[in-house]
Design a protein. Structure first.
Length: 118
């Protein structure tokens, strides 16, 4: 079902992360402001799908994805989006948007996609 929700709506934004990092980049803060403003005007639920590259173990990649989603959730809540309206979905390295071999660093896979869902 998560895959169905992930593809039901196109992402309204994507946030990228530096390798091995969970901190939000400074340039993502205005994007989160815009996402929160859009949620305020449209309502619904805000799905956040997190991915990682394949440069670490699957367990490590999943943990870092969960930490990234937690940081984004906290930032959205601070911007007025209720926690109950946010659906974090960690995918880790499985279902990576850009297929790579194991051990490869790929910035396009170190991302979180944000979607408004009804």
């Amino acid at each position: 079902m998560a895959a169905d929700l992930a593809t039901a709506q196109p992402p309204i934004d994507m946030l990228f992360f530096d390798w091995g990092r969970t901190e939000l980049r400074p340039e993502t803060l205005p994007l989160l402001d815009a996402v929160a403003a859009r949620w305020t005007s449209e309502g619904g639920r805000l799905a956040i799908d997190g991915y990682s590259d394949r440069s670490g173990s699957a367990a490590t990649n999943r943990r870092i994805t969960v930490r990234r989603l937690s940081g984004i959730t906290a930032a959205l809540v601070a911007r007025g989006v209720p926690r109950t309206s946010i659906i974090p979905r960690p995918h880790g390295e499985q279902d990576a948007p850009v297929p790579t071999e194991d051990g490869v660093r790929e910035v396009q896979n170190r991302r979180v996609e944000l979607r408004l869902t009804p």
